[in-house]
Design a protein around this ligand. Structure first.
Ligand SMILES: C[S@@+](CC[C@H](N)C(=O)[O-])C[C@H]1O[C@@H](n2cnc3c(N)ncnc32)[C@H](O)[C@@H]1O
Length: 217
């Protein structure tokens, strides 16, 4: 991981070090909406997928259950990734673990699916969103599927002590731009472990770049 990401990594390591993965506000025992949107986008298990800011999420478990053969989990927090590896036990070896800050990540290969639940909304500055989109474009193949889940327009104004940008589906479509074709969007209420409901906006998109991305790797 590039230096400069230390503060962000330290922040998240501290949170994942202090609480169990089942105790954090974003914990869910099943990634129901993520899987539904992947189905809606007609993804297949042979397509390489990267879960960006996947943390200790169980999405990776469910993807392995579904026989996805090329699964990567990227996160700035080594502590979060360690939780996920421990839970998966020997199945952890089937996963590519990327200890990276997505904003400085230089992907060495391309993926057919990008998933992000509750990471993009932490990017409250224009230059952060630009860096995220640059990483996404560098990481994906043409016609890649993109699933993004953020706090909705009436969702919480912060999470884990950090401010967030809230989105309705049209806002997300506008930030991602014309090259991203929104196939499906949803509103979902996430129930936190302490019983609060947090409204989320989800979009499932296809990336249709104007120019064919160059192959990597
Ligand atoms: C709210 S949690 C969501 C985790 C996971 N997606 C889930 O649904 O359980 C946000 C995650 O994003 C990670 N994260 C935050 N900023 C990041 C960055 N710039 N690059 C990579 N990961 C980041 C955090 O470490 C944390 O695991």
């Amino acid at each position: 991981m590039e230096t400069g990401a230390g503060d962000v990594a330290g922040h998240w390591d501290e949170i994942y070090g202090r609480r169990l993965p089942t105790e954090v506000s974003w914990y869910q025992d099943q990634p129901t909406v993520s899987l539904a949107l992947l189905d809606a986008l007609r993804v297949t298990p042979d397509q390489p997928i990267v879960d960006v800011g996947g943390g200790a999420s169980v999405l990776v478990d469910r993807l392995l259950d579904r026989r996805f053969g090329d699964v990567s989990v990227l996160d700035v927090s080594a502590t979060a990734l360690a939780h996920a590896k421990k839970r998966l036990a020997e199945r952890a070896e089937l996963v590519h673990w990327l200890h990276e800050d997505v904003l400085t990540w230089r992907p060495g290969r391309r993926y057919g699916i990008w998933h992000d639940r509750a990471v993009f909304h932490f990017l409250v500055e224009e230059n952060q969103r630009r860096a995220y989109l640059a990483a996404l474009r560098a990481a994906l193949t043409s016609e890649a599927r993109v699933v993004i889940g953020t706090f909705a327009g009436d969702g919480p104004q912060q999470c884990s002590g950090l401010p967030v940008q809230r989105y309705d589906p049209g806002d997300l479509a506008a930030v991602f731009g014309a090259e991203f074709d929104v196939i499906e969007h949803r509103r979902d209420g996430h129930r936190t472990p302490n019983g609060t409901e947090q409204p989320f906006t989800w979009v499932g998109m296809v990336w249709r770049p104007k120019f064919q991305p160059r192959p990597r790797g």
